[in-house]
Write a protein that binds this ligand. Structure first.
Ligand SMILES: Cc1cc2nc3c(=O)[nH]c(=O)nc-3n(C[C@H](O)[C@H](O)[C@H](O)COP(=O)(O)OP(=O)(O)OC[C@H]3O[C@@H](n4cnc5c(N)ncnc54)[C@H](O)[C@@H]3O)c2cc1C
Length: 506
């Protein structure tokens, strides 16, 4: 196993530190990775203006984790290295562990206002869940179970940031993934004693250019159970700087003036990329599923889904609280506490409190997982996944109603400091605060509800955990409470029919 080389050797409690700080994270991205955007290859994502704001936001999270005052909240002791490692890697043994893990994740999510979906805790939680269920991987051969377990320990003890890609691009939706034209879907192209070679595309990898490694897993839920698909039945992880891997990014969000003008676009663009593999080499020890449909079907049973939803539910709560905070501030700066405005705020309150309750129920009602772990109760988290896109869209609409013309005329810092500044400061002043302060809030409200950043957030909430219609179909098909509810209805009919017979003789 590679050694952690972080510069923070001890923590307050005197235990060796195994977590990275922000500077170490930033340095880890300066590895010659092949990142493409706007038709050009980027030399260094940590300095390029289209990426560096988000890099700094993730670096800040690592610094929060390293702060000695946060030691107990953000870390736990690695059972293998004996060092303090990130708490999102913890394998929860009871409901209280889930609470502790959520409090750690909430700390990170509050720092970014819930505006980044793929902060490293997301995949830390998912890979930990896979490792807890390593035997499911062993269906394809014992070594694959060992590989996922070793990989989990490796990323935990080296505090790496991961992205993942679970879907392939498709050209013709009438055809299954393995028959898509153009040989462009990622697949295994050959193997050697040392490892495998893969070629083709995977999408979408959010955070790709800002992560250390990528986890590739088959799109299990709709994976066709046919032999022809075996080249596509592959799961592995690799660093993002390996030869033969390039990341092709969407355009970044337009921001000329940095944080003051575009507080979210400039700092929270976690970026989405397509991964293009060209004969990329993956050593055997990083392969978790290999040309094996049965293994794919086995790994579907891993509890990574509910654990991942525990993280994304926590993020949803942090984000809704952040949006609620903006909304109340918009009302306060204008003194617009009118009844219709309060009704809209009460909708946001209902969203926040519903999310909080659902997350808590998932922890308190956790179920037994693999080994001696627990898994959050999935149903309340499924409700978040189902309902959050609509809650989020409505929250943005409420911000638009509250912000109205104010957000659209909110000037830039350059305007405020220009020769028109005196006039602007007069007509943009808040009821109790100067124009400069009010403008900060209005620019934030604009970026959260109206900008292209906000549009992408809305899209993300709809699709980040897969096709919402297929997910809803599965939730309907598999709801475990259905049988009991149905039987109760039959019992009600039978009981009252008996009574009817006794009283009325029919
Ligand atoms: C902003 C963003 C970030 C993302 N980040 C990640 C990430 O980090 N990692 C990752 O793995 N994935 C990520 N995703 C991808 C996500 O998993 C997919 O978007 C999702 O699974 C849907 O697949 P698709 O985009 O190919 O949509 P499509 O499959 O093209 O679906 C488009 C529409 O067509 C409908 N449709 C498609 N096929 C059928 C069919 N056979 N029958 C009926 N209706 C159909 C769908 O319901 C949907 O409405 C991200 C997506 C977005 C938008």
């Amino acid at each position: 196993m590679e050694q952690n080389t972080n510069n923070n050797p001890t923590t307050l409690s005197g235990i060796q530190n195994g977590v990275r700080n922000g500077a170490e994270y930033i340095a880890s991205l300066q590895d010659g990775r092949s990142v493409w955007i706007d038709g050009e290859r980027i030399d260094d994502v940590t300095t390029d203006p289209r990426f560096c704001g988000a890099v700094q936001s993730i670096a800040d999270l690592y610094d929060i984790q390293c702060n000695p005052a946060n030691e107990e909240k953000m870390t736990f002791i690695s059972p293998t290295s004996g060092k303090r490692v990130g708490r999102s890697f913890m394998l929860p043994r009871n409901a209280d562990d889930l609470r502790l893990r959520r409090e750690m994740m909430k700390t990170w999510m509050d720092a970014v206002g819930g505006m980044m979906g793929r902060t490293p805790d997301f995949l830390n939680v998912m890979v930990s869940a896979h490792a807890s269920a390593y035997e499911l991987f062993s269906v394809g051969g014992e070594q694959f179970g060992e590989n996922i377990l070793n990989y989990y320990e490796y990323i935990r003890d080296n505090d790496l940031a991961l992205t993942h890609s679970l879907v392939s691009p498709d050209i013709d939706k009438r055809l299954p993934m393995y028959e898509q034209p153009g040989d462009m879907v990622m697949r295994v192209v050959r193997e050697t004693d040392e490892g495998i070679y893969v070629s083709g595309a995977r999408s979408v990898a959010t955070l790709g250019p800002l992560a250390n490694e990528v986890l590739i897993m088959p799109a299990a839920a709709k994976f066709p159970l046919v032999e022809d698909a075996e080249d596509f039945a592959v799961g592995f992880a690799c660093p993002l700087d390996i030869p033969g891997l390039k990341m092709i990014c969407r355009p970044s969000f337009p921001t000329k003036g940095g944080f003051a003008n575009d507080p979210l676009s400039s700092r929270m663009d976690e970026m989405d990329a397509v991964l293009w593999f060209e004969e990329a080499f993956i050593p055997w020890e990083r392969v978790f599923i290999y040309r094996d449909i049965k293994a794919v079907q086995s790994v579907i049973k891993s509890p990574s889904g509910p654990h991942g939803s525990h993280q994304s539910g926590t993020r949803s709560l942090a984000k809704m609280e952040f949006l609620l905070g903006i909304a109340y501030n918009l009302v306060e700066i204008n003194h617009s506490r009118f009844p219709n405005v309060m009704v809209q705020l009460s909708e946001l309150v209902a969203f926040v409190e519903t999310l909080r309750a659902l997350i808590r129920v998932s922890e308190v009602d956790c179920i037994k997982g693999p080994g001696d772990t627990v898994v959050p109760y999935e149903q309340p988290l499924n409700v978040i996944r189902a309902q959050y896109p609509a809650m989020h869209a409505r929250a943005l609409e409420i911000l638009q109603f509250l912000g109205a013309g104010n957000v659209v005329v909110a000037p830039s810092v350059e305007d405020l400091n220009s020769e028109n500044g005196t006039e602007i400061k007069r007509y943009c002043a808040g009821a109790d605060i100067p124009a400069e302060r009010k403008m900060q809030m209005l620019r934030l409200a604009w970026d959260a509800s109206c900008s292209s950043f906000a549009g992408r957030q809305n899209l993300y909430e709809k699709f980040f955990s897969g096709d919402p219609w297929r997910n809803a179909q599965m939730r309907g098909e598999r709801y475990p409470g259905a049988r009991e509810a149905q039987d109760r209805v039959w019992a009600f009919l039978d009981r009252n029919a008996e009574w009817d017979e006794k009283i009325n003789g029919k």
